[in-house]
Design a protein around this ligand. Structure first.
Ligand code: G6Q
Length: 549
């Protein structure tokens, strides 16, 4: 597609969005009695109702043309074919290969990567089975009771979120803990409650060079040795998940106890790889397989469904409609499910690290806003906290509500409250309440006319606030896999539309470099050469704290 075609497609989207800014969603429902049913699409266990958006058929058509003009089809094919789409790091982004069935073939550089994936999966599975069955014994011959995953970012958020979401499947003997933060109060607090003889540490780091992880891992190892264990015992209590065998060995973990993955798995896309080891230990290999199968099903849907029925593509296009067409700056994710309470944090990384870019793939400044600020929290809790701003604030905040139709773990008396609140919030955000309605309600309740005049503006809701409703049949390993993959592909689609590389993260580097120099200044005195006056003053103010400790 030429630059002119692409500009034309964006222009068309913008023109439609401009024309639509004042349209009321509730009028769209009034004008089309089939709107709700026409704007529902399903893929396996996931249903998306996108009818409560400020968009109509023409707007959607403009977005579908934009997807075509920006080469989405070619980009999807390139990703699934294992092309080097992560151009700045010169590698493919092949998380989809991690969930391909054993008999699939995907050749990259003359190798069938699916064989490699399943070879590692089999090793992880064997190890997980041994630990779960109580055959893997600690130094004193006891079975493992506690698994501590030490990792950060992509080596933490995914497995942590999935372990939480699937806790109903957790092995009754195994407790799983996650240590990401290098603030020592976390690991020292945890270690106080652990028995070194029955604890297994999983050191999860793609690079095995991440400072926070190595500092925590060293503290864990020292604690283990201080409890009377020998260096030889480490093999029974420390395993590594990494791509860097050399550094794993240098740390003192036998590479027989290392589970590998590949540079074509991005950190935030790695939960499907051996990085999922804590998940497999907790819920077992069969449940993990279901998670992979759900994701694979969504991969297939994303590759093959027309844009009109394609869940990730619809979510991405609707997002772009608000971000670029209507000036929205943020995206709320509200799961109405205690098991999914970590999902917003996971999606925050997935989206913001992937699309928080201001240059295009070929290094030119982007022409329009890219990734939104993604935020969220458990929906029902949010209602009692920040929803006020959703209903009556001045920002346009598109929201995704996620809820399960069935929740066998929650009694009906509870689940009914969850469902009715989730649905009611979407309705309230869309319908609002006019001043006339507010006045009528107060009159009916016998409020005095003077008080009605005073309160009416405060009790008026403008409405017209958009939501997507994502309904899972039930929160199962399969639907969870599909849900996560849906968001991965949504983020990828938006990256294609904005022409950014969604798979690198150069923006995390500078701070790390400067932190090393400041750390050296704490040790050696003085300041880093490039420190400004504020940075120098802050170093001086904080030196004291380190001396005191
Ligand atoms: C994810 C990022 C980042 C990464 C962490 C941990 O896409 O690259 O969050 O996962 O910095 O890196 P290691 O796994 O190499 O320790």
């Amino acid at each position: 597609m030429t630059q002119t075609t692409r500009h034309g497609a964006w222009h068309r989207v913008q023109a439609h969005a401009d024309a639509f800014k004042s349209h009321r969603i509730r009028d769209l429902f009034a004008a089309d009695e089939r709107r709700a049913e026409r704007m529902q699409v399903r893929s396996g266990p996931v249903l998306l109702d996108y009818s409560k958006n400020r968009i109509d058929h023409d707007g959607l058509e403009a977005l579908f043309s934009l997807a075509d003009a920006m080469g989405l089809r070619t980009a999807i094919d390139a990703m699934f074919a294992g092309e080097s789409i992560n151009s700045t790091e010169q590698r493919p982004a092949l998380h989809a290969a991690l969930r391909m069935p054993r008999d699939a073939v995907l050749e990259v550089g003359g190798r069938n990567v699916v064989d490699d994936v399943h070879a590692v999966l089999s090793r992880v599975r064997r190890f997980a089975d041994q630990v779960r069955d109580g055959q893997w014994l600690g130094r004193t011959g006891e079975a493992i009771t506690d698994v501590v995953n030490i990792g950060i970012g992509g080596s933490d958020l995914g497995p942590r979120m999935v372990c939480d979401a699937l806790s109903a499947h957790a092995h009754p003997r195994l407790r799983t803990h996650f240590v990401a933060n290098v603030d020592g109060t976390l690991i020292t607090g945890l270690l106080r409650h652990l028995d070194p003889n029955t604890t297994l540490f999983v050191i999860a780091s793609k690079s095995f060079g991440t400072q926070e992880t190595l500092v925590n891992a060293n503290t864990a190892r020292q604690w283990f040795l201080d409890q009377g264990a020998s260096e030889a015992d480490i093999a029974k209590h420390f395993v590594a998940v990494s791509t860097n065998a050399e550094k794993v060995a240098a740390f003192g973990i036998d590479t027989d106890n290392m589970f590998g993955f590949w540079d074509w798995v991005g950190g935030r896309y790695s939960l499907w790889s051996a990085i999922g080891l804590p998940v497999m230990l907790s819920v077992g290999p069969d449940v993990f397989d279901e998670l992979l199968a759900g994701a694979h099903q969504m991969d297939h849907h994303f590759r093959t469904a027309p844009w009109q029925e394609n869940l990730p593509v619809l979510l991405a296009l609707i997002g772009v409609w608000y971000i670029n067409g209507m000036g929205a700056n943020t995206q709320l994710v509200s799961p109405y499910d205690h098991g999914l309470r970590q999902l917003p944090a996971f999606l925050q990384q997935l989206d913001m690290e992937s699309n928080g870019k201001s240059v295009t793939r070929d290094g030119k400044p982007v022409e329009r806003h890219t990734g939104p600020v993604v935020w969220g929290y458990s929906g029902i809790n949010g209602q009692h906290a920040f929803y006020q701003l959703l209903h009556q604030g001045t920002e346009l905040i598109p929201a995704d509500f996620i809820v399960s139709v069935r929740n066998r773990l929650s009694p009906d008396a509870h689940h009914k409250v969850i469902l009715s609140n989730c649905i009611a919030q979407a309705q309230a955000l869309m319908q609002g309440r006019s001043t006339e309605q507010a006045v009528a309600e107060m009159r009916e309740a016998g409020v005095s006319e003077a008080r009605i005049r005073e309160l009416a503006p405060h009790r008026t809701f403008a409405g017209n606030r958009p939501t997507n409703m994502v309904l899972l049949d039930e929160l199962t390993p399969r639907s969870l896999g599909a849900l996560i993959a849906m968001y991965e592909h949504k983020v990828f689609t938006q990256g294609v539309l904005w022409q950014v590389n969604s798979f690198d993260q150069w923006g995390v580097e500078l701070g790390k470099q400067l932190a090393k120099r400041i750390e050296a200044a704490y040790d050696e005195g003085g300041y880093p050469d490039d420190a400004d006056a504020s940075t120098r003053a802050l170093i001086d103010l904080t030196r004291e704290g380190l001396r005191a400790s």
